[in-house]
Ligand binder design. Structure first.
Ligand SMILES: Nc1ncnc2c1ncn2[C@@H]1O[C@H](COP(=O)(O)OP(=O)(O)OP(=O)(O)O)[C@@H](O)[C@H]1O
Length: 318
C-alpha cells in the first residue's frame, strides 16, 4: 500500500521578467501530484519545462505564486520558521554540478559535519565517527575526510554531495539532474548508489532528468513536464508500455534505447519548445503535436484520470 508523503495541489509559480513590466515566466502551472514514501518520482522534460522550479517549490526554497504542498499532514507553506527548520532536516537536495556545490576551501570532513552543526545536531556525536560512516555509506574510504574537493573525480564529488545530503538522515531528497554532468560510465554507478541508499534508508526521491532513459531504472512513478505543466503521470512501466500523451511518445522516441514494446513515431518530433513567457493558448503542446485539433488550439485540456495514479492532460485521449 502506497503512503502519500508529499502532495501538491494546483501549484503555480510565475517569475517576473526583468525589464518587461507585467510579463511573467509561467514556470510551473497547476501541478497536483503525489509522491509516495520510499518511492522515487522521476520528473522529466526539456530544458525550461519547470522541473527544478517544482523541486524548489516542494522544498520551499522558493515561495509559490499559488497552490499548496503538504508534507504528511503539514502544509509546507503555512509552517512557522521553527517548524520549517525542522522539516528542512527531513528534506534535502543534490544538485547537478558537484564541482560548484562543494566549498573548495573546506575539507570533506567539515563539509559532511556542517549540516549537523547548522541544525544543532552534534551533541553526543563524534565527528570522526559520523563522517566516517557517511563516507562508507557512499562507497568512499574514511581517509577522504582530510582531503579537499579538488582532489576527487566528478563521480567521487557527487558521492560526497550525496553523503552531505544524508548527514541529517533525510526522508525526502530532490535529486536535481545528479548525473547529467558526469561521464556516462560513471552515471550508472551513481544511480545504483542512490537506489541502494533508497532501499537501505527508506528514502523518498524526486529524481529530475531531461530524458526518460535516465529515470527509467530508478523511478516508480514518472511525471512528464512540458512548459510548466505535468502532461502525464503514471507508474513507470505503464508509461513506457503505453504512453498516452504525444509528448511522452516523443520523449520515448528520442531516448537512445527506446522500448521495443512501444510503437515509435519519430515524425512526432517537430518544432522548438515555445517561450514560457507566452505559452501557446489551448494545449501548450499543440504547436508541436501533429494530431492537434481545433479543440487543442483553443482550450486547455483538463486532467483525465485513467486509473488511480495514472492521468494525462490531452484532448485526444477519450
Ligand atoms: N529565479 C528565476 N527568475 C526568473 N525565471 C526563472 C527563475 N528560475 C527559473 N526561471 C525560468 O522558469 C522556467 C523553468 O525553469 P526551470 O529551471 O524550473 O526548468 P527546468 O525544467 O529545470 O530546466 P533545466 O532542465 O534547464 O534545468 C525557465 O523558463 C526559467 O528560465
Amino acid at each position: 500500500m502506497n503512503e502519500v508523503l508529499i502532495r501538491t495541489e494546483k501549484l503555480n509559480k510565475l517569475f517576473p521578467v526583468k525589464g518587461h513590466k507585467g510579463k511573467t515566466v509561467k514556470a510551473v502551472t497547476d501541478v497536483s501530484l503525489n509522491i509516495y514514501r520510499g518511492r522515487t518520482l522521476g520528473v522529466v522534460g526539456e530544458s525550461g519545462s519547470g522541473k527544478s522550479t517544482l523541486g524548489r517549490l516542494i522544498l520551499r526554497l522558493i515561495e509559490p505564486t499559488s497552490g499548496e504542498c503538504f508534507y504528511g499532514d503539514k502544509n509546507v507553506y503555512s509552517l512557522s520558521r521553527k517548524e520549517l527548520n525542522l522539516l528542512r532536516e527531513k528534506m534535502q537536495i543534490v544538485f547537478q554540478d558537484p564541482f560548484s556545490s562543494l566549498n573548495p576551501r573546506q575539507k570533506i570532513g567539515s563539509i559532511l559535519w556542517e549540516p549537523l552543526v547548522i541544525h544543532n545536531r552534534t551533541s553526543g556525536l563524534n565527528k570522526e565517527k559520523v563522517v566516517g560512516e557517511l563516507l562508507n555509506k557512499v562507497g568512499l574510504g574514511e581517509e577522504a575526510a582530510n582531503r579537499y574537493p579538488h582532489e576527487f573525480s566528478g563521480g567521487q564529488r557527487q558521492r560526497i554531495a550525496i553523503a552531505r545530503a544524508l548527514a541529517l538522515k533525510p526522508e525526502f531528497v530532490v535529486c536535481d539532474e545528479p548525473v547529467s554532468a558526469l561521464d556516462v560510465s560513471i552515471q550508472s554507478q551513481i544511480i545504483n548508489l542512490l537506489e541502494e541508499l533508497r532501499q537501505k534508508e527508506n528514502i523518498t526521491y524526486m529524481f529530475i532528468a531531461h530524458g526518460l532513459n535516465v529515470v527509467r531504472h530508478i523511478s516508480d512513478y514518472v511525471a512528464v513536464m512540458y512548459l510548466g505543466e505535468v502532461v502525464e503521470y503514471a507508474a513507470v512501466d505503464d508509461l513506457f508500455s503505453s504512453p498516452l500523451h504525444p509528448y511522452t511518445k516523443m520523449l520515448i522516441g528520442a531516448a537512445p534505447e527506446p522500448d521495443p514494446r512501444v510503437q515509435l513515431d519519430f515524425n512526432l518530433i517537430q518544432g522548438e519548445i515555445p517561450s514560457p513567457i507566452d505559452p501557446p493558448p489551448g494545449c501548450r503542446f499543440h504547436t508541436r503535436c501533429r494530431y492537434a485539433t481545433e479543440a487543442c488550439r483553443q482550450t486547455s485540456p483538463p486532467v483525465k484520470n485513467i486509473s488511480e495514479d495514472r492521468w494525462v492532460r490531452c484532448h485526444l485521449y477519450k
